[in-house]
Design a protein around this ligand. Structure first.
Ligand code: SAM
Length: 346
């Protein structure tokens, strides 16, 4: 596994499969239930015995079961009460319920003390447009009314998961692009962009599943021929410190006014200290001046984003209220990064 960027899954072991009677209890008949075999190699490679593995979309408990089978502690959140019961029952049948923390709700609605810190976040995300027939719950992402709302919900959950993940821990999300009618939605790639705004991307792996040769189904939603495992890490970004300092000088020379804050300001005073992961500047929330600043950065080849979403200019500042900052990234042809976070709200 460690030496391959793909994992061929040829069959699901009847021993670990979601039992038929539990599957029958589910309003969706266990649709989108993952395989324990799919999770095991990731549990083994990205955590140690005794570590805690967290699944923010626990579903039928497949990740939790894989974690417990490998001697890890497991914790998970699930919004659907019926599936919480189902997970309990499934783990109990394997005599692995102990060592598992199960929380009913969306992790972004739970406070810091609700679940223990964890070493690995490993999950299969809920799919948009799957026609959820279970209980209607506000935070049920299966029930998102638009694709944009779905992506916002995913972002919010992974943002919360980031807070619970230990420094250096991996966050791995399994996901495929989806077909809705005659439209393909790049869910896997949009999720990668969202995760990239929260974590550092390490790699992607492709999971390949068997299919009958006479299977002519064209419904991509339920046709899991392959999916991606997006592997990210919670770690500090490495930036080009010299080029970042030069950028700040250039901004001043251009007449842009700002206050330098945080770790970059500290590092300039003490270059032996921890290297900063970005330069934080604070500016007045003046739309014209902000627009001029962002225009200039765009002209210098910076990508401008707000919480992972591209920012368009001229700026409609009102639509970014409550998001606090813009991010400007410049990556040169050698891979060196200059990162500026522009705070416009306290
Ligand atoms: C793809 S399934 C996970 C299946 C799981 N990996 C398994 O094989 O057992 C996604 C699950 O996320 C749950 N869900 C949707 N929105 C959620 C949220 N905001 N917080 C927690 N769970 C959520 C759904 O109810 C569903 O059970």
């Amino acid at each position: 596994m460690a030496s391959h960027s793909w994992l061929m899954l040829d069959h699901e072991s009847p021993r670990y499969r979601l039992p038929d009677d539990l599957r029958a209890r589910d309003p969706m008949g266990g649709r989108d239930c993952g395989w324990v075999e799919q999770m095991l190699p990731f549990v083994r490679q990205f955590s140690q015995p005794g570590d805690t593995v967290f699944d923010p979309f626990a579903g039928f408990g497949t990740t939790l079961l894989a974690a417990r089978l490998e001697g890890r502690l497991a914790s998970g959140c699930e919004v659907d009460a019926g599936r919480i019961d189902l997970i309990r029952e499934r783990l109990a049948r394997h005599a692995l319920a102990q060592g598992t923390t199960l929380l009913h709700g969306s992790c972004d609605a739970l406070d810091d003390t609700a679940f223990p810190p964890f070493d690995l976040c490993l999950t299969n995300v809920p799919y948009f447009g799957c026609g959820w027939t279970g209980a209607p719950v506000a935070s049920q992402l299966y029930d998102s009314q638009s694709y944009a709302q779905h992506l916002d919900g995913l972002r919010s959950v992974f943002h919360r998961a980031r807070a619970g993940l230990r420094e250096g821990g991996a966050c791995i999300a399994m996901v495929q692009n989806i077909r809705l009618g005659d439209r393909v939605l790049p869910l896997a790639f949009d999720l990668a962009r969202i995760l990239g705004s929260l974590f550092i991307m390490e790699e992607e792996r492709v999971l390949i599943y068997p299919h009958e040769s006479n299977d002519t189904s064209t419904d991509g939603r339920t046709d899991r021929r392959h999916e991606y495992a997006l592997v990210f890490r919670k770690q500090r970004e490495r930036i080009d410190l010299q080029a970042t300092a030069e950028l700040l000088d250039a901004l001043r020379a251009q007449g842009h006014t700002f206050t330098l804050l945080g770790s970059f300001a500290r590092w300039l005073k003490d270059p032996q200290g921890t290297p900063p992961a970005d330069a934080d500047i604070c500016v007045d929330a003046d739309p014209q001046r902000l627009d001029a600043l962002l225009q200039w950065l765009r002209g210098q080849g910076f990508a401008l984003t707000s919480w992972g979403d591209p920012v368009s200019i001229p700026l409609h500042l009102g639509s970014y209220r409550g998001r606090y900052y813009f991010r400007a990234d410049h990556i040169d042809a050698s891979g060196a990064l200059v990162r500026l976070d522009i705070c416009y709200e306290q």
